[in-house]
Ligand binder design. Structure first.
Ligand SMILES: Cc1cc2nc3c(=O)[nH]c(=O)nc-3n(C[C@H](O)[C@H](O)[C@H](O)COP(=O)(O)OP(=O)(O)OC[C@H]3O[C@@H](n4cnc5c(N)ncnc54)[C@H](O)[C@@H]3O)c2cc1C
Length: 520
């Protein structure tokens, strides 16, 4: 039987069992109508997974909630911890640091965004302090404190959000148990041959090293950097973005955990790249992302090891990559999700989010059983994919472009590069007016842009004149009051360890919790 002729359930075959593959299997098993779809996942232990990816964005909580995962059981099973934001150390210039928090800055008064009031007060010579002082999430980071935000956005305790650090391998294991308990068939084996229908070019059969054959109607390519189906077989082109994001290597090594457990990722700029530090419950993840044009592997390794704050748990592992994306992520009846669709360095922990977004888009555009693959579905998927990737890319470029690390070739080149038009316009608009429009199809909110723009030294030249509706004495009083409410709120916030230690729905182990969730 060939693609499009199957009148039974649509046979969806996922190739790859890394984070992308198992998120996809679990997400589709949860979202699709069961009788209309058969889900199979092929993974190869011999090939293994990329084995990194520990920091996430708050959206992951929506994904887990969609699956019905119990948060405490999930955190225990994945050795997870809380992430309230990312601290950027030395990015503007050595000695400077700022946090990109998950949440908002200040409050909008008289219908005017907070950054305008802050700019106005500064320009009036008021002792307003740093923009960073008006974020509840940043204040919590500074105290290593955490409690879940309140539901009320009018409360200062409802102005932040959180994500997780976790062991991505354990997360994939967790989702594997969840998905297979919900009917996803798992096949262990290495795909060695891919057959296409000569009539329409669609993939219809995979052959495994064992000789077994797997047929399907729709194939999801989660094969990682290999991009077996969409890249290697269907020939989707590659948009190379290394002119803006020149880092092309990473060395990764875990080290022993040190206390206290900090509720944020730390990224420290280096001469030829940057070093990450991600605290988990059982260890701390570390890595050095660098440009091979600006830093040798030996030098990168020395820098990484010199910065560990605990005993190294193994040898540093080298990964190679290039920033960019596939021209089309959905070609014919093959859809690339995860590293097979593109790569952006983990500067803002965006990869797992991009996987999540692609799964939701695919579920919304999934072909009906028996109806073949409508190319208009693929076109819409590719439009969303391109917009999300490009806007995420622009946000990452901003971290490099606006720097003051003069005299270091990587950073000098970054300041001089020609920016994508949309990013150039956003920076110019902010410099001129303090205005930062929200994207309709973008990942990072206005407040995220403000955190990085101001953190990287891009100052608004002026402010929205509607802010003048608030008399300056009243503005001074509100700023002082806001500052005091933030300080009082975080003062009695517990350490995140108390949150992590709370009992979950399943204290006997995640496996049983998973089975319960799966059959619920
Ligand atoms: C240095 C670095 C740091 C990162 N940090 C973060 C981070 O902090 N946060 C974040 O969100 N993301 C991060 N990422 C990205 C993240 O690791 C990936 O997006 C995520 O792990 C998904 O990978 P994947 O499943 O697409 O690919 P992989 O993990 O490579 O999985 C590919 C799967 O395909 C299978 N496969 C391949 N070929 C075959 C074959 N022929 N037959 C059968 N099976 C096959 C493999 O066995 C494997 O199961 C980072 C990436 C790198 C390189």
């Amino acid at each position: 039987m060939q693609a499009g002729e199957n009148t039974g359930p649509l046979r969806i075959v996922i190739v790859g069992g890394g984070t992308a593959g198992w998120m996809c299997a679990a997400g589709l098993a949860r979202l699709l109508v069961p009788d209309d779809y058969d889900l199979t996942l092929i993974e190869s232990e011999e090939i293994g997974t990329v084995g990194v990816g520990e920091a996430t964005l708050p959206h992951i909580r929506r994904f887990n909630a969609m699956l019905g995962l119990d948060e405490a059981a999930f955190l225990r099973a994945t050795q997870g911890s809380i992430k309230l934001g990312v601290e950027f150390v030395d990015w503007l210039r050595p000695g400077e640091r700022y946090i990109h928090p998950f949440g908002t800055f200040g409050e909008p008064w008289a219908g005017v965004e907070f950054q305008h009031h802050w700019t106005r007060a500064r320009q009036a010579g008021e002792p307003v302090g740093s923009f960073q002082d008006y974020s509840y999430a940043i204040a919590a980071c500074r105290r290593n404190a955490f409690e879940p935000p309140q539901d009320d956005p009018a409360s200062i305790r409802g102005t932040y959000d959180y994500a997780y650090h976790f062991d991505a391998g354990l997360y994939a294991d967790y989702l594997r148990r969840w998905a297979t308990a919900r009917g996803v068939e798992r096949i262990e084996g290495k795909v060695v041959d891919i057959r296409r229908d000569p009539a329409n070019g669609h993939v219809h059969r995979l052959t495994l090293a064992s000789g077994a054959e797997v047929e399907g109607d729709l194939f999801v390519d989660c094969s990682g950097f290999r991009s077996l189906l969409v890249g290697a077989t269907m020939g989707s082109g590659w948009h190379d973005w290394s002119e803006w994001l020149p880092c092309d290597r990473a060395l990764a090594v875990p080290c022993a955990r040190v206390d206290p457990l900090t509720p944020y990722t730390r990224l420290t700029a280096q001469r030829g790249g940057w070093v990450w530090r991600i605290p988990l419950q059982h260890r701390t993840g570390n890595g050095h992302v660098f440009s091979s044009r600006h830093c040798s592997e030996d030098e990168a390794c020395d820098i990484l090891l010199s910065r560990l704050d605990g005993e190294a748990l193994g040898e540093p592992r080298l990964l190679r990559f290039q920033a960019g994306r596939r021209d089309r992520a959905w070609v014919g009846n093959c859809v690339a999700i995860g590293l097979s669709s593109g790569f952006l360095e983990p500067l803002e922990s965006t990869s797992i989010y991009l996987i999540q977004a692609a799964i939701i888009d695919l579920a919304n555009l999934i072909p009906a059983r028996g109806g073949g693959i409508d190319p208009r579905l693929a076109a819409e998927f590719n439009r969303l994919f391109a917009a999300l990737y490009e806007r995420t890319r622009d946000f990452l470029i901003l971290h490099y472009a606006a720097n003051d690390r003069v005299g270091e070739p990587l950073w000098d080149e970054a300041r001089a590069m020609t920016l994508p038009d949309d990013l150039r316009q956003r920076i110019d608009l902010f410099r001129a007016s303090g205005t930062m429009p929200e994207y309709r199809l973008g990942l990072f909110s206005r407040d995220s842009w403000l955190a990085v723009l101001i953190g990287q030294g891009v100052a608004p030249g002026t402010y929205n004149r509607l802010a003048d509706h608030v008399p300056i004495a009243e503005l001074r009083r509100r700023l002082v009051d806001l500052h005091a409410r933030i300080a009082a709120g975080v003062a009695d916030m517990p350490d995140q360890a108390a949150f992590l230690a709370r009992p979950g729905a399943d204290d006997a182990g995640a496996g049983a919790a998973m089975r319960r969730v799966a059959t619920a």
